[in-house]
Ligand binder design. Sequence first.
Ligand code: AMP
Length: 288
Amino acid sequence: MQRVTTVQAMQAAADKARAAGKTLALVPTMGALHAGHLQLVKEAKRHADHVTVSVFVNPTQFAPGEDYTVYPRMLDADAGLIEEVGADVVFAPAVEELYPNRAHLGETWVTVDRLSDHLCGRYRDGHFRGVTTVVTKLFNACRPHKAFFGLKDAQQYFVLKRMVTDLCMGVEVLGVPTVREADGLAMSSRNLYLQPDERRQAVVLSRAVEAARQAVQQGELGVKGLVEAMRHELAQAPLANTQYAEVVDTDALQPLTTLTPGSTVLAAVAVYFGKTRLIDNAIIQVPA
Ligand code: AMP
């Protein structure tokens, strides 16, 4: 496995693999890898001949006051896991490589309007603009045919799908189902921050979105009822502080009041345990 730190070397490695007729995949991550990330790499290997995993803690996707400086960084351990699972390249650039004009981090942006307005976008100022901008940079460096993202971050997945279509990027964006702990908690690098009692109570996030799914299967079409079902589950955790529990459509990610039979909707929650912010969601097929 190759370890690459510069954009130039990454582009050369990608061009070489493309010239050899290979299909290239990229799995962007911020490191602190767990089984969820590794599942993305395994999926990428199934769909491509050459897999690059990027490890980059992107400063521009952290809203003011978020955990950028303390975000877990463990590149050597990550590279070991990435090698074990059989990726071809680890791309781990320094901030200066992806933001060469470091004094002016924010002069060139890629933004996706509307889809970034609700859910996490409403509470994390500038977050999706940071994500779309860094993913564009990673695409320019790694030149993939396909890129893999987790459905755990469903809004991110839908925003990036819109970005590649609207900007004619020629990259296929694929979503991978959320990998969970035995009790249902979605795996996340931020789970490392949880105290033992918070960790036990964090199971309410997956229970909440599953409650919404069940209610829809049982015929509930009113979003008020779905939100109540989610909030009821979240209320079972005394340490949980809910930021949002919402149901939106999967096209424009706009809030709904009534579900349309046969449509697909996204039920999503964000919950604080102390300073740790966790998210979960369910993509729900409404019976026709
Ligand atoms: P992050 O390092 O948190 O930015 O995540 C990198 C990628 O891994 C993103 O596409 C995430 O959606 C995905 N990911 C994170 N956690 C999970 C999980 N539990 N299951 C599936 N994918 C995940």
